[in-house]
Design a protein around this ligand. Sequence first.
Ligand code: ADP
Ligand code: MG
Length: 238
Amino acid sequence: MVAVTARTIVKRFGATEVLRGVDVHVPDGGFAVLVGPSGCGKSTLLRLLAGLEEVTSGEIRFGERDVTRLQPRDRDIAMVFQSYALYPHLTVRDNLAFGLNLRKTDPATIASRVAEVSAMLGLDHLLDRLPRALSGGQRQRVAMGRAIVRRPQLFLFDEPLSNLDAALRAQVRVEIRKLHDQLGATSVYVTHDQVEAMTLADQIFVLNKGVVEQVGPPREVYDRPRTRFVAAFLGSPA
Ligand code: ADP
Ligand code: MG
């Protein structure tokens, strides 16, 4: 799909500096997890990658393309949030097709994309249901389907599992990683959950108060934390 590079990202809201010079690189096909305690700036960083906020300074590239000043719709990304806001009055089928309809994709393509995605996510038998007749896990799957059906270059996840119970969380977590691999996607995934970070990531970025304290494969960050904060946060013996 596409590599993601964010260089020396600074983000201020008024006088508050929320991101203080953050660098992120995710290679094409990589699965990066941004992990850190509540309020450290994870969602802000993700929203900057999505184009939902503007950087104060710094640069964002998708592959060779400078997207720093582009609107979300021109960035070719899909975002999955914790509150999987489905349209309550639309069936699963129409929820899945919504974004494609909006783009005036032709009906045959829409039908085949919806069929493909619902097979992939095990939603075939639920296509005529309304969201209120689905379980939490099924709803989350529809939300992911909606993201996948557009075949974006980049997936951005913001704590997508936090509304699910523990058993479902483990199951959907495995599904997310499987889908990523199957689609050959590039993904950036935000969580405050250490287990999610350790099990999903190719590369972990540990954020603390608006800076990246350490980057590396999960095992390396766990075994060789570079700061006291990283050691304490990831729970490995310092
Ligand atoms: P996280 O996702 O890691 O919990 P956030 O990125 O949501 O953290 O927030 C980081 C900090 O930025 C918090 O202190 C939050 O209050 C502040 N913040 C986020 N969005 C805004 C905004 N639109 N205006 C002002 N402050 C904000
Ligand atoms: Mg957040």
